[in-house]
Design a protein around this ligand. Structure first.
Ligand SMILES: [Zn+2]
Ligand SMILES: [Zn+2]
Length: 342
């Protein structure tokens, strides 16, 4: 099923506009609310062989997609289309965070990021290196988890004092036992095969207050993918992800000893729920030195992740400061999120 959103004024294809949060017509400038966009301007076409081939109802061209695409552009007339049958049933996302950063803002941020060739070889941004910019909705699983930790340890306290001509060292040993219940809500794990997991992890956090119930018009004009991995398949990844938070919580409950020796640590994590959501990412592809590079931006907060082509001469003087600053930021984030990750 191919879905087009037609402008009630002029009949052009409308797209989701990140700045206004509405469906917007590129030709006449009309804007419409997604909540009350009239059905009569939504055209849907069914293809004979649903999963394999879609045709654009503007120009009749075959819409070339990969099996996982759920929203794309017609490669001939450029219309933004949504492939509805790939978003229904088990494949229907529960929530979406719409884009709030427009394509222009993303481009401007990219240029600013490269500005003055601060970390890049001279002249990097003098030529137009950008090969493409894509607004992408990435499929994520958000897990609600219950963890139980059973911890046995021995804590040691040491006291030194002087009496007469002797120095005494007193060592006391304490049995430590902790039985801890922890709940984590909405821990995100990227469910797309194509995208790099570390890159996606770095784009966090997203502001979950802005989640909307999923509606297909949010995808109009963007590229979207369906999940490649089910929540069961990614469960081990989410467990690995919360592990350091569980460990640091356990450590925080055992204090006042000069040393702690862990005897056993039993952690069981259960999934209570998994929510299928789409999160917005701007991807910029650029080439430099005959290589392709990627720059990614959180489409909601504007946070940038990516590796610029690095000029080694310049990096030496910079690196110390940057590494220290990044470390402090990470620390602050992990403290701020505490037990629940955000
Ligand atoms: Zn129009
Ligand atoms: Zn077309």
């Amino acid at each position: 099923m191919v879905i087009h959103y037609k402008c009630p004024n002029c009949g052009s294809d409308m797209e989701f506009d990140a700045v206004s949060g509405m469906l917007s017509c590129g030709s006449c400038g009309r804007k419409d609310n997604i909540e009350d966009f009239s059905e009569e301007f939504i055209t849907t076409t069914f293809s004979e062989d649903e999963a394999k081939q879609y045709n654009c109802d503007n120009c009749g061209a075959v819409i070339i997609t990969e099996a996982d695409t759920t929203a794309t552009h017609c490669s001939f007339c450029g219309a933004g289309v949504v492939l509805g049958d790939r978003l229904s049933g088990d494949l229907a996302p529960a929530k979406v965070i719409p884009f709030t950063i427009s394509k222009e803002e993303a481009m401007a941020a990219f240029r600013k990021w490269c500005r003055n060739g601060r970390l890049t070889p001279k002249g990097f941004m003098t030529a137009d290196r950008v090969k493409g910019i894509t607004g992408l909705y990435v499929p994520f699983w958000l897990y609600d988890l219950d963890s139980k930790a059973d911890v046995k340890a021995v804590g040691t306290r040491v006291r030194t004092y002087t009496r007469g001509n002797y120095i005494y060292t007193e060592k006391k040993f304490y049995d430590v036992y902790r039985d801890i219940d922890l709940s984590y809500v909405k821990v995100p794990v990227d469910a797309s095969e194509k995208l790099d997991d570390t890159l996606m992890d770095k784009l966090e956090p997203y502001n979950y207050q802005k989640f909307k119930d999923f509606k297909t018009p949010y995808l109009a004009g963007y590229i979207a993918e369906k999940y490649n991995f089910s929540d069961e398949e990614l469960f081990s990844r989410v467990k690995t992800k919360v592990q350091p938070y569980i460990d640091s919580y356990i450590r925080s409950t055992i204090s006042g000893y000069s040393s702690v020796n862990y005897k056993s640590k039993n952690i069981r994590t259960k999934k209570t729920k998994a929510h299928y959501v789409l999160l917005p990412v701007w991807m910029v592809y650029y080439d430099f030195d005959k290589q392709e590079h990627t720059f990614a931006m959180n489409g909601q907060t504007g946070k940038i992740v990516g590796k610029p082509p690095i000029s080694l001469g310049k990096v030496a003087s910079w690196f110390g400061g940057i590494a220290a600053a990044a470390f402090v930021t990470l620390k602050i984030i992990s403290y701020a999120v505490g037990g629940v990750l955000w």
